[in-house]
Design a protein around this ligand. Structure first.
Ligand SMILES: *Cc1c(COP(=O)(O)O)cnc(C)c1O
Length: 374
């Protein structure tokens, strides 16, 4: 029996593990020099823009909304096909998420639908680069400028992706990343926000830690209500080790995605009627490789169970958010966003992580063939 192949796994090297040991022995383990070093490295990666790190991508998004001044009475346009954090944070700050359907090809927010949903209460648009495939940044910022909206890029999945040769995060308005273990680069938990100027970064620091502003040896004041969102130095050290390998991870993921397309191009696989992702090998970081299962007699849960029996892990990213009980209670219904609902019911993430091999990809595709043809 071959070893179990999970749908993802972090790649942590010995240098990073040793570095974490050094931090633990250093006498300072919460936010300190490692956080500042990680922020400096991220800022260099994002063309010198101000960057601050937080203890999750969710906190990062919430702080982005606060920086944009979004609260009660405001609307934020977003996608129903994302991790539920994307819209939860809009509710957390007291604003109203306004979902629009996805483009069934890219599986990202349909920007025409987004423009049609703009009202006088719309303050921001929050797109997600699902699986790392970037939303059209030209059209996005054209739309934002025309309607004077802030953009909060939920780029949790697109670190290492680019648009027209420009890495995500190097341009644009507020750009939020996550370092959750399933993301391409991890700090165990964590995230970072790229901002537009230093005063936003100062305010983000206040929101990050109880609103506290220090001066001199003993000065302390609190002007705004902050929370507890700081990243530890232990976590930051993991992030530093990971960031050094971002380009390598992206390259390996793209190679594996190419291998998937080759394997899925076999005639007997074609016949299964799987919906494939966009074959983009220059812009996407291939955070995930997701197929849409055909709506046949075998359910997605059964497919996942049978693949599990064959030693292959899969994931669902994601059920459509507006159909969760909380969101139905806020007024959304089945049928509101047919493309997102179809994807939400049938999408399946196949194994993809940097230490996988072409043989592993073949094994996944063979197993999928076995399960679906039966
Ligand atoms: C992972 C993720 C988040 C949240 O990040 P956490 O670090 O888990 O809080 C938000 N949005 C999207 C699209 C994500 O994939």
């Amino acid at each position: 029996m071959l070893p179990f192949l999970p749908f993802t796994r972090p790649t942590l090297d010995e240098e990073t593990i040793a570095g974490v040991g050094d931090v633990l022995r250093s006498g300072w383990i919460t936010s300190g020099p490692m956080v500042r070093e990680l922020e400096a490295k991220l800022s260099a990666l994002f063309a010198g823009r101000p960057v601050r790190v937080f203890n999750s991508g969710t906190a990062t998004l919430e702080i982005a909304l606060r920086l944009a001044g979004i609260g009660p009475g405001d609307e934020v346009i977003t996608t129903p096909l994302s991790w539920v954090a994307t819209s939860n944070v809009i509710l957390t700050v007291g604003a109203r998420p306004v979902f629009v359907d996805i483009d069934p090809v890219t599986r990202n927010l349909d920007l025409d639908a987004a423009e049609a949903a703009i009202t006088s209460a719309t303050k921001a648009i929050m797109p997600v680069d699902l699986a790392g495939l970037p939303v059209d940044r030209d059209r996005l910022y054209q739309l934002a400028e025309k309607h004077r909206l802030r953009v909060i890029e939920d780029a949790a999945q697109s670190l290492g992706s680019s648009w027209n040769g420009r890495p995500i995060g190097t341009t644009g308005d507020l750009v939020s990343f996550s370092f959750h273990p399933n993301k391409n680069v991890t700090s165990i938990e964590g995230g970072c926000l790229v901002m537009t100027n230093e005063s936003e970064a100062k305010l983000a620091e206040q929101y990050r830690l109880q609103g506290v502003v220090r001066s001199g040896y003993d000065g302390m004041d609190v002007e705004v209500l902050g929370g507890k969102f700081n990243l530890t130095d232990v976590a930051a050290r993991v992030g530093i080790g990971q960031l050094a390998r971002l380009d390598e991870f992206t390259r390996l993921r793209r190679d594996l995605a190419r291998e998937y397309f080759q394997q899925l191009d076999r005639p007997e696989i074609h016949a299964l009627g799987l919906g494939l992702p966009v074959a983009d090998f220059t812009q996407s970081n291939w955070h995930m490789f997701q197929v849409i299962l055909p709506e046949i007699s075998i359910s997605r849960a059964e497919v996942m169970g049978k693949l599990h029996e064959l030693g292959i892990g899969t994931g669902v990213h994601y059920p459509a958010i507006h159909l969760f009980t909380l969101y139905r209670g806020l007024g959304w219904h089945m049928g509101d966003f047919p493309h997102a609902e179809h994807a939400g019911r049938n999408i399946l993430s196949l194994p993809l992580f940097p230490t996988m091999t072409a043989t592993d990809v073949r094994r996944v595709v063979d197993a999928l063939h076995n399960v679906l043809q039966a």
